[in-house]
Design a protein around this ligand. Structure first.
Ligand SMILES: C[S@@+](CC[C@H](N)C(=O)[O-])C[C@H]1O[C@@H](n2cnc3c(N)ncnc32)[C@H](O)[C@@H]1O
Length: 276
């Protein structure tokens, strides 16, 4: 057995699926159907919830016959939601074993095992063969990885020629260091923030063509202002990422929204293409 990295220790906990189901049934009743939509308030772990997954998928336009890769898939909410909505297959890879186990259990409960596969592994060494995916995406995972070029080289390797890579991640801002702890890291030891220009440079150096790289921090901060107010006045809602990560999520989310509004974090969105 290998020891856990600091990143895995940040995310890992026992009994995730049981907590998710208990929270869902407490709020929606014992007979609530377990679907990608009913799970969505809990299992999209990137701050902006299912709306962000919807926006990312709209950029990728998955085909029903397509096969997508989710790099850093968490407990699989985005992968299940995209597979259910577009009828495609999704393979998710994640470093945190407990997240992979919960993702597989939730795949089974939602009846999506045949279309959503979860692999335990690192984005820097994908357990996948070359030229095997039409599309790839990574949401809110690259902040934990310093060697972003290494992730892009692996994504490039497993994408078919003409394949697309979509990214959404928090990045460095222009107004100094963000406030820690944050949802992905309690200190700078496991937080590696790049600027939009650095992401562009790493993608180009890998061989990708850039469709766009943009900073959506201003729009995010505006959209998240009501979330901050709710957190400060009413606390955490009954359903949210904290069901997975614990009550610390309140402080983490407040710091994330404030740091974004203060220009201490950017919100990088990118779309790149492996040349045909
Ligand atoms: C904030 S969560 C986002 C999860 C998911 N993308 C979502 O949006 O719901 C970040 C995820 O990245 C994963 N991660 C961090 N470093 C990784 C690496 N080197 N390889 C694969 N996954 C990694 C973590 O285990 C965690 O599940």
């Amino acid at each position: 057995m290998t020891s856990k990295s600091e990143v895995e220790k940040h995310y890992a906990s026992e009994g995730i699926t049981a907590r998710v189901l208990t929270a869902l049934r407490n709020v929606n009743g014992p007979n609530v159907p377990i679907t990608p939509d009913t799970l969505a308030p809990i299992d999209h772990f990137h701050g902006k919830g299912v709306i962000a997954t919807e926006e990312l998928a709209a950029v990728l336009q998955p085909r029903a016959s397509g096969h997508l890769l989710d790099i850093g898939c968490g407990i699989g909410g985005p992968a299940r939601w995209i597979a259910a909505k577009y009828g495609c297959r999704v393979t998710g890879v994640d470093l945190t074993l407990e997240f992979c186990e919960a993702a597989r259990e939730l795949n089974s409960l939602t009846g999506l095992t045949d279309r959503v596969e979860i692999l335990h592994g690192s984005a820097l060494s994908l357990p996948l063969v070359d030229d095997s995916f039409d599309r790839a995406y990574s949401q809110a995972a690259l902040m934990n990885i310093s060697d972003k070029g290494g992730v892009f080289r692996e994504a490039f390797r497993v994408l078919r020629p003409g394949g697309l890579l979509a990214l959404s991640l928090a990045g460095a801002g222009t107004a100094g260091e963000p406030r820690y702890p944050l949802p992905w890291a309690t200190t700078t030891a496991t937080s590696f923030l790049a600027t939009p220009d650095e992401i562009r440079g790493d993608l180009l150096a890998t061989g990708f063509e850039i469709v766009f790289v943009r900073d959506a921090a201003a729009a995010s901060a505006a959209a998240l202002a009501p979330v901050l107010k709710q957190l400060e006045t009413e606390g955490l809602p009954p359903l949210g990422e904290h069901v997975v990560t614990g009550e610390n999520a309140k402080e983490w989310r407040i710091n994330w929204v404030r740091s974004t509004a203060e220009g201490r974090l950017s919100m990088i969105e990118a779309l790149a293409r492996k040349p045909a």
